[in-house]
Each structure stands twice: as C-alpha cells, then as structure tokens.
Design a protein around this ligand. Structure first.
Ligand code: UD1
Length: 455
C-alpha cells in the first residue's frame, strides 16, 4: 500500500488508486532496499500483468472515444501511473482499481501534447504519438528520457510516420508531428532494425490510416501480439501478428473493448533466475512459460528444474552447483535483453565461467561495476562480458542504474554475505509490482527503507 502523504503521486485505498498528475511530475522516491543474504526462496508468487503490454494498451485507448476496460493491469507500477497522469492531463478519464482493473475513456481529449516532465520519466510515453496522430491529426511529444541504457533514439518511429505522410518538426526538445490533409496514409515500411516500440507505434497509427500499411522486419514480442489482438477486438484489421511482416488495413473508427493483459514474462524470468541463485522452489502463478523458451534452456543447462502445472511455472534448484553457460540477447524469440542483467548475476556464482553478449542496447552493462563491488569476477570486452564464477558475493551499498540492473542487484543481495543496500530504487518501482512483498513471502529477508521524497 502506498502512503498517502508527501509528494506521492498515487494514493491507494481499499478499492482505488488515485493519481495526481501534478505530483506525478515532481515526485521521485529516494527509498532504498535492504537485503540480507543467505535465505532460500520457497513459496508462491502471483505474476503481474506485463508492463510492456499494459503501457501500449493504455496508449491504444487514445484511438477511440469509447470506454475501454483492461484487467490484470500492473496498476501499482510507477510507469503505469506516470502514463495515466500524462493521459489525464490530456483529458482522458482514467480509473485505476486496486484489483488491477483500469477504465479509460478518451472522449474529451483537449491536448495532444506530452510534456517533458512526464515523458522524461518514462520513454514509453512516446508510444502515445501514433494514436494521437492517427485520431487527431497531430501530436507533440517531448524527446524521451527513461532508462539510461544507451542513446535509444526514436528515428524509426519518426521515419515511419513520415512514410505515412506526416510532417515532423523537431523544436526545442519536442517532436511535433502533423498528419496530412485527410489523415495518415498507409505505407510500406521496412525497418532497418527490429524495434518493439516502432512496430507498436506504427501499428497503432496504421489502424486509422487510409489504405494498407505493411510493416516489414517487424518485432515479434508476445506483448505486440497482445496489443494487436486487442486492436483487432477494437475493430482494427491486422494480420501477420507474431511474424516479421504485419499488415494493417485502416478503418474509419475503433470501438471500446474489455481486455485481459498477458502475464509479465520478464517478471516471471526474474524470479526463475532468483531461485536459481538462492536454491529452493517457487511457484509462479498465472504466467506463460512458452514466452520464455530462450531462458529455459540456459537455466536448465545451469542446473535449474522447471515445470509447468496449468498456468503456473514451478522453478526449483536443490543446491547443486550452478554451471556456467553463455547467452546472447536478441529480438524475440531470442534471449530478452531485459533478463540479461539478472542472468549475469546468476553467472557470478557459477562453476566455471559464462559469457553474456548484449546485442540490443549499447551501454547495458552498468550493473557490472556494482556487481564487481560485491565481489563478482567480470571482464567486459565491448558488448560481451566474461563472468568467472566466485565462491561468494559480499553485501555492499550499491546503486541502481536502470530498471533491470536494479533487480539484478536485489538478486545479488539475496545470496551475498551480510547486508546489501540498493540505492535509487525508483527504477524498480517503475517495473516490478510489490517486489519486496513478493520476495518476502518466499522467505527473503528484504525491506524497503523509506526516505524523504525528492523533487
Ligand atoms: C522495448 C521495451 C524494453 C526492451 C526493448 C527491447 C517497452 C516499454 N520497453 O523498448 O523493456 O528492453 O523493447 O526488447 O516495451 N532503436 C533505434 N531507433 C528507434 C527505436 C529503437 O535505433 O527509433 C534501437 C534502440 O536504441 C535499440 C533497438 O533499436 O538499440 C531496440 O529498441 P526497441 O526494440 O525499440 O526498444 P523499446 O521499444 O524502446
């Protein structure tokens, strides 16, 4: 439960979470997390809805004036609340219920501008651009911030909008996009690089464009399929979801739907890696193992047992040594870059060595110096890291630098000698719902240390 005081932008009661958009622009928690290492994880964890799908569903709600209802939304995540604040500022009517239901109605949008104060907190706000441009013919969005993992440009999004006839002007840190007279036009867009965000942004924009859009070299992530399926329910004409060629034929308008968000595969994978490190048995409820095939192989090679029981995944390690193994991040269905930092943490305690190669983002090894401070033996060569297993990690005060790096330090703390304090955990709040409570329920010695909110 979030406290109702200070600069907290979200206040949770028994039934609802109330967001204050003005506070959402200012609030930034300085809380830390303290972990005492050495306990096995044993227990059951309910998996939340996927953040990376939920955010896009919210953006897609801008495509219609009808009421939309989403269930299994990770409503406690800062990223979700930030986007809700942004959309409220634009005039959308949004209700977040504590049970994970979200109602959105974008019937009275009076602004199509996404200001820097909100976009800088979360890069995914740029995904609001496609829907706004398609429905209202204009969108002004600040250039994004978000995780500090490399430069992360949005050129592929903008080139796609240009191909659909939009005029794009970059001015004082803002992108101003205007659709041509009569609205966006369908286009053939061949992405030079696979991009999750660009695929989603253009797919949303194309649903209301004139004629057919073909997205080639499109991303194939499960979250994109989930988004596409929701759009189809709304009345969109889309084929090729889950393949690298998606075809969208524009329609005049879309309508409201009820949609259940798919489970978070990254959260699921993070806990699987957690139990690989600590030993023990955890049951991950209401999730999907088929989204994680590229993680299952390396985990099994390392010595983890993984089973499914209905919609639950059971991951188990009985204390046998972890064996070093290599991974390389790739677009889906390859190994997810969002699980790279966690997997590297696991390799720090393996027998022998493992290699991690990051091909999606530059500068995504920022967790390495922090893990080294805890005693890890890691050598980085360009976009590859060799991790030689050590006997023990040691508790330390470490700094979270991005969302997935932060959780990798929590996992390290779970197996380190003594106490680990992870600073700047606002990154974690962006993407892991009830992380402390979920780990605590499996026996971890972990607590949140509250600090003064920062502006
Ligand atoms: C999404 C996920 C993020 C995940 C990433 C890759 C969300 C909210 N975030 O991010 O968690 O790590 O996919 O699986 O869903 N690129 C360009 N130009 C662009 C867009 C991207 O060069 O216009 C580059 C990026 O810098 C990166 C690569 O393409 O090197 C892939 O990025 P992309 O797939 O777009 O990631 P996001 O959608 O931002």
């Amino acid at each position: 439960m979030l406290p109702a005081s200070g600069l907290n932008a979200a206040v949770e009661s028994a039934d609802f979470i109330t967001i204050d958009p003005h506070k959402a622009m200012m609030a930034s928690s300085l809380d830390k997390i303290r972990v005492k290492g050495g306990t096995r994880l044993n227990g059951t964890i309910p998996i939340s809805g996927a953040k990376n799908a939920a955010l896009k569903h919210m953006c897609a709600a801008m495509l219609t004036g009808d009421a939309m209802q989403f269930t299994n939304m990770p409503v406690r995540l800062k990223d979700i609340q930030t986007l809700a604040a942004l959309m409220k500022e634009m005039g959308a009517d949004i209700t977040l219920r504590s049970d994970g239901t979200m109602f959105i109605q974008a019937a009275n949008i009076h602004s199509t501008e996404a200001p820097y104060d909100l976009v800088r907190r979360m890069r995914a706000s740029v995904l609001i651009m496609g829907p706004l441009l398609a429905r209202f013919g204009e969108a002004t969005v600040s250039l994004p911030g978000g995780c500090s993992i490399g430069t992360r440009p949005i050129d592929l999004h903008l080139d796609g909008f240009r191909a659909m006839g939009a005029e794009i002007i970059l001015e004082e840190g803002y992108v101003k996009a205007t659709a041509p007279q009569g609205g966006l036009r369908g286009a053939r867009i061949a992405f030079p690089k696979v991009s999750v965000g660009a695929t989603e942004n253009l797919m949303m924009a194309a649903t209301l464009a004139q004629g057919e859009t073909i997205l080639m070299n499109a991303a194939r992530e499960p979250e994109i399929i989930d988004q596409g399926e929701a759009l189809i329910k709304m009345g969109a004409k889309i084929s090729g979801l889950g393949t690298s060629e998606i075809r969208i034929t524009g329609v005049k308008s879309l309508h409201g739907i009820v949609h259940d968000v798919l489970p978070d595969r990254i959260e699921t994978g993070t806990f699987m890696i957690g139990v690989a490190l600590t030993g023990g048995t955890i049951r991950l409820q209401k999730t999907r193992l088929d989204f994680l095939t590229s993680l299952v192989g390396p985990l099994q090679r390392a010595g983890v047992t993984i089973e499914t029981e209905g919609a639950d995944v059971i991951a188990h390690r009985n204390g046998k040594p972890l064996i070093g193994t290599d991974i390389m991040t790739e677009p889906y269905p390859g190994f997810a870059t969002d699980l790279q930092a966690q997997f590297m943490t696991m390799l720090t305690l393996c027998e022998g060595a493992g290699m991690v190669t990051e091909t999606i983002f530059e500068n995504r090894f920022m967790h390495v110096p922090e893990l080294q401070r805890m005693g890890a033996d890691i050598t980085v060569h360009g976009n590859s890291a060799i991790i030689r297993g050590v006997k023990k990690l040691h508790g330390a005060e470490v700094m979270a630098t991005d969302l997935r790096a932060s959780v990798s330090l929590i996992l390290a703390g779970l197996v380190a000698d003594g106490e680990t304090i992870v600073d700047r955990i606002y990154h974690l709040d962006r993407g892991y719902e009830n992380l402390v409570e979920k780990l605590e329920s499996c026996g971890a010695q972990i607590e949140r240390l509250s600090n003064q909110p920062a502006v």
